[in-house]
Ligand binder design. Sequence first.
Ligand SMILES: Nc1ncnc2c1ncn2[C@@H]1O[C@H](COP(=O)(O)O)[C@@H](O)[C@H]1O
Ligand SMILES: Nc1nc2c(c(=O)[nH]1)N=C(COP(=O)(O)OP(=O)(O)O)CN2
Length: 169
Amino acid sequence: MSDRISSFVIPRFYQTAIALGSNLGDSAETLEKALQTLDHIPEIRVKRRSSWYKTAPIGPAQPDYLNACALLEVQLTPYQLLQTLLNVENQFGRVRQERWGPRTLDLDLILFEDFILETPDLQVPHPRMSERAFVLVPLAEIAPHWIDPISGKTIAELLEQVERSGAVT
Ligand SMILES: Nc1ncnc2c1ncn2[C@@H]1O[C@H](COP(=O)(O)O)[C@@H](O)[C@H]1O
Ligand SMILES: Nc1nc2c(c(=O)[nH]1)N=C(COP(=O)(O)OP(=O)(O)O)CN2
């Protein structure tokens, strides 16, 4: 076997968690189709998905959101996954206007194995994950025992600490 071939490393699948949100258009259809779109990408497998949760908006006045989380296995780096999520948002007509404003589709990278990444373009775990019931409620449904590498707490433990009045099924 040549040196080039013997040094080739087949990338393994990584476990990741993403959050989905939508409050413009037919949000249920958008979340469903966004997961289908991700699952059709060869390097991504959607392994689990939460229920859809209707949630009160955090930020400026706008319609209620539909939020969810999903567990993915990806054969991508965190940066490739972020770029893929941004591309799918664009496919679903995402327009960026005001901060925390309404959107057809938002896909956030929440956890990537137990990696901690603090770069200008990508922070993992998602820096506002532990203060958001609209992330923790769906994530606790599908991954209650996943440990947040920043706090050392499980998702279920983080959920116990968060104000959850805005999250309703
Ligand atoms: N963990 C992250 N998930 C998604 N986007 C992230 C993350 N860390 C940094 N970013 C940056 O945020 C913008 C997207 O903002 P949204 O309003 O959430 O769509 C993106 O350009 C990333 O570079
Ligand atoms: N109920 C609810 N409220 C929200 C939601 C959401 O999904 N559900 N997303 C927001 C903004 O998220 P964005 O990804 O733009 O901001 P971030 O960089 O702080 O995550 C702002 N407010």
